[in-house]
Design a protein around this ligand. Structure first.
Ligand code: NAD
Ligand code: WQD
Length: 336
C-alpha cells in the first residue's frame, strides 16, 4: 500500500516524501511542476529510493487522477498541491479558486471512487487572520483576507462536509510559517522570482542575490516593534504529516483541524539575528513601512497536536536558519 502525495515536488511535499519513506511508507508523488522542478524529484530519490513513483499530471485532469488510483495501491493521501502566493491570488482569484478548490474536489471524488478514506490536507494559519487570543487554538474563529486564504477556508468547509457524508476521514493541518531545509542541503525551498516570504528573502540577501532586506514595519506592539510569527522547521512539519496519517489509522475519524506550529513567537529582527549567526555575517536590512494586509502577531498553541497526534516540534530557530542557509549556500540558484 502507498501514500499519494499531491504537490510532492514542492517545498513541503518533497520533505514529507522523505519523512514518509524514512518511516517505512511507500510513496507515489504527483505534480505538474507548476511551481517546482523535476530536479526536486531527483533530490528526493537520491535521499530515498530511485524507485519512488512520480506521476507528472495536473490534478484537475480527472482521468489522469483516476488512473493513478487504478495503477497504484493507494490507501492514504496527503494533498499539498495548490497555488500559494497571497498577492498573486488577489490579481488572479479565478486561477486560485479553480486550482485550489478544483483539485481538492476532484481528488476527493477520485478517493471515494477508489474506496480510499484517509486524507491529510494542507491548511494554513492564514484562516485565523489576526486572532484575539494568542497563542491561537483550533477553536478560534476562522475566516480569510485574500482569495488564497478563502481557498483554504473553503477547502476546510468542503472537506468537513464531505467527511460527514461519505466514508472519508480528514486531518486539516494548519501550518504556521514553514522554513528551513533538509539537513543534507540537497532539498529546500526554491521560490520563483523575488521571494515574498521572509526567510527565502533573507537567504537570498545572504548569498548575494539581493542587496538588503526590507523589514516591513518597526512600530508594531511587540518587544522590538517588528511583527511576530511562529516559524517551524519544514522537517518538523513533514514529521507532523506522518503523525497525522498514523492517527488516521485508528485514533481519529471525521474531520479534525490541528495546528502545526512550535508555540514560539519570533519577531522579524529575531529571524534576522538568527540568520546572521548561521551565515556568519550581518544581514543588511532596513526598517520600512508596514506591508499592507500584514497581521501584528500570531503563534500557535501546539497542545492539541501533541494530544491528538502525539507530535511536537523538535527544532528551534537556530536549527531552521542553519539548515536553510546550508541549502541556499550549496544551491545559490535553487534547483536552477
Ligand atoms: P509549493 O508551491 O512548493 O508546492 C505545491 C506543489 O503543488 C508544487 O510543486 C506545484 O507544482 C504543485 N501543484 C500546484 N497545482 C497543481 C495541480 N493542479 N496539479 C498538480 N500539481 C500542482 O508550496 P508549498 O510551500 O510546498 O505548500 C504546500 C501546501 O501547503 C500548499 O497547499 C500551501 O497552500 C500550503 N501551505 C504552505 C505554507 C507555506 O508558507 N509554504 C503555509 C501554509 C500552508
Ligand atoms: C513573515 C514576516 C512580514 C518579507 C505568509 C502568508 C500565509 C502563509 C505563510 C500560506 C511578516 C515580514 C516578510 C520581507 C519582511 N502561507 N517580512 N520583509 O506574512 O506570515 O504569511 O506565508 O498559507 O498565508 O500570508 O509570512 O514570510 O511573508 O512574512 O519584513 O521581505 O516577515 O512583514 O511580518 P506571513 P512572510
Amino acid at each position: 500500500m502507498a501514500v499519494l502525495v499531491t504537490g510532492g515536488a514542492g517545498y513541503i511535499g518533497s520533505h514529507t516524501a522523505v519523512a514518509l519513506h524514512e518511516e517505512g511508507r511507500e510513496v507515489v508523488l504527483i505534480d505538474n511542476f507548476a511551481n517546482s522542478s523535476p530536479k526536486a524529484v531527483a533530490a528526493i530519490r537520491a535521499l530515498t529510493t530511485d524507485s519512488m513513483a512520480m506521476v507528472e499530471a495536473d490534478l484537475l485532469d480527472s482521468d489522469a487522477v483516476a488512473r493513478v488510483f487504478k495503477e497504484h495501491d493507494i490507501d492514504e493521501v496527503i494533498h499539498f498541491a495548490a497555488y500559494k502566493a497571497v498577492g498573486e491570488s488577489v490579481a488572479k482569484p479565478l486561477d486560485y479558486y479553480r486550482n485550489n478548490l478544483g483539485t481538492t474536489i476532484g481528488l476527493v471524488e477520485a478517493m471515494v471512487e477508489a474506496d480510499v478514506s484517509k486524507l491529510v490536507f494542507s491548511s494554513s494559519c492564514t484562516v485565523y487572520g489576526q486572532p484575539d487570543v494568542i497563542p491561537v487554538t483550533e477553536a478560534a474563529p476562522t475566516g480569510a483576507e485574500s482569495p488564497y486564504g478563502w481557498t483554504k477556508y473553503m477547502s476546510e468547509q468542503i472537506l468537513s462536509d464531505a467527511a460527514a457524508a461519505v466514508d472519508l476521514d480528514v486531518v486539516l493541518l494548519r501550518y504556521f510559517n514553514p522554513v528551513g531545509a533538509h539537513e543534507s542541503g540537497t532539498l529546500g525551498e526554491d521560490p520563483n522570482g523575488i521571494p515574498n516570504n521572509l526567510v527565502p528573502f533573507v537567504m537570498q540577501v545572504a548569498v548575494g542575490r539581493l542587496e538588503k532586506l526590507m523589514v516591513f514595519g518597526g512600530d508594531y506592539d511587540t518587544p522590538d516593534g517588528t511583527a511576530i510569527r511562529d516559524y517551524i522547521h519544514v522537517v518538523d512539519l513533514a514529521e507532523g504529516h506522518v503523525a497525522a496519517l498514523d492517527a488516521l489509522n485508528g485514533r481519529l475519524s471525521g474531520c479534525t483541524a490541528v495546528n502545526l506550529g512550535t508555540g514560539v513567537g519570533s519577531t522579524v529582527l529575531d529571524v534576522v539575528r538568527a540568520a546572521s549567526d548561521a551565515v556568519g555575517s550581518p544581514i543588511p536590512h532596513e526598517i520600512v513601512e508596514r506591508r499592507a494586509g500584514d497581521i501584528e502577531k500570531i503563534y500557535a498553541d501546539p497542545a492539541y497536536a501533541e494530544q491528538i497526534l502525539g507530535w511536537r516540534s523538535k527544532r528551534d530557530l537556530a536549527d531552521m536558519m542553519r539548515d536553510h542557509w546550508n541549502w541556499q549556500r550549496q544551491n545559490p540558484q535553487g534547483f536552477a
